[in-house]
Write a protein that binds this ligand. Sequence first.
Ligand code: ARG
Length: 461
Amino acid sequence: NEGSLWGGRFAGGPADALAALSKSTDFDWRLARYDIAGSRAHARVLHRSGLLTDDELTGMIEALDRLEADVVSGDYVAAESDEDVHGSLERGLIERAGVDLGGKLRAGRSRNDQIATLGRMFLRDHARLISVGVLDTIDALIAQAEAHPYAPMPGRTHLQHAQPVLLSHHLLAHAWAMLRDVQRFIDFDARAAVSPYGSGALAGSSLGLDPNAVAAELGFDSAAWNSIDGTAARDVFAEFAWISAMIGVNLSRISEEVIFWATKEASFVTLDDAFSTGSSIMPQKKNPDVAELARGKSGRLIGDLTGLLATLKGLPLAYNRDLQEDKEPVFDAADTLELLLPAVSGMIATLRFNTEKMAELAPQGFALATDIAEWLVRQGVPFRVAHELSGEAVKLAESRGVELWDLTDEEYAGVSEHLTPDVRTVLTTEGSLRSRSSQGGTGPDAVAAQLEELQRQLAPV
Ligand code: ARG
């Protein structure tokens, strides 16, 4: 069989069940163009080592170019009998260049170093594509923050009202997490930019080929220093899957908030029609499906990572066929995020915030109690005492069914002589926010400075 890369030592062909099990063209075909790029680079090092004549190199490159055009146009596709993308493309090459020339290309390389290299090429390209999607999401968050620089909202811990914060501050918190994801892909790329090509099956090549020339042609920084590591390591795949899962988790966390914000009870946001869905039975429904799909798909991304790690665990060095299972998880992670990110960034960009409702709720639920305690500290009261006194004011307000600013001067004086009418300066959302002015705080000036710093860190990525 021409699509097979082995057979000499076998008396017969593989059982149908084995052939079906072994076949990977359904998913590895998407690496075809990387495979052909690798073949061109490999042909050049064979030529440089004197293993291809000038004419043979020209013929080889010309046949590879034709093969690539046919792959791109769809005229050349994997045959039923092809085991994997490498075997199929060798068949295609031989069909175009003849067996005497086409049969020379395989010298000094193995599918083991090929697949490890092509995988890294795929991951590096998709790390960039996904990063663009994450950056678009960050841009949507920044645009919303800039559109609402002074809008307060209830800041929460344990989902309970905690302290008022600026909506812009809250949105930028998500942006920082996403910026770190982009920075992670940049760090990842430094490790992924090492080419396993030249590692052969596991031990390198005896043909005097230059792995660094192949690496350079394929856009890598250098060739692997250890051929066993080159062919057996998949930590770079796992790192990509982890960063993808982390992005999924970050998208899921903001999505969960959007889902909550869009409830009747919260009514903090209205979703744009273009990013909501209806119900087949309930005519009034407008559902946050984008956010729910993001939340759901984060589970899938975590599955891609854990599945891959489970495959790697317990694998002895060097190559084992288990490693054929490395591709689908990372392909799925890339596909999932490339589908998801434009929808999530679009949803965020088109959210309409009900700033009045958010501002009204921001100080409620005794969210200014910390401000009272810190005001007392500024009057010289020890924090332990201040905390107790502010707590007593909360207890009193709660028993009367009012908020802290509804207590009278006499009631405050009754709690403590320290609680003079001046305490009212911090009993407003605005006063509370303005006082949180140091780096990282939610005060308007601190948030403006934060946005500048965020933009500064975004500039180089
Ligand atoms: N298709 C394999 C993979 O994806 C590469 C082939 C290596 N096969 C082998 N028998 N050494 O990992």
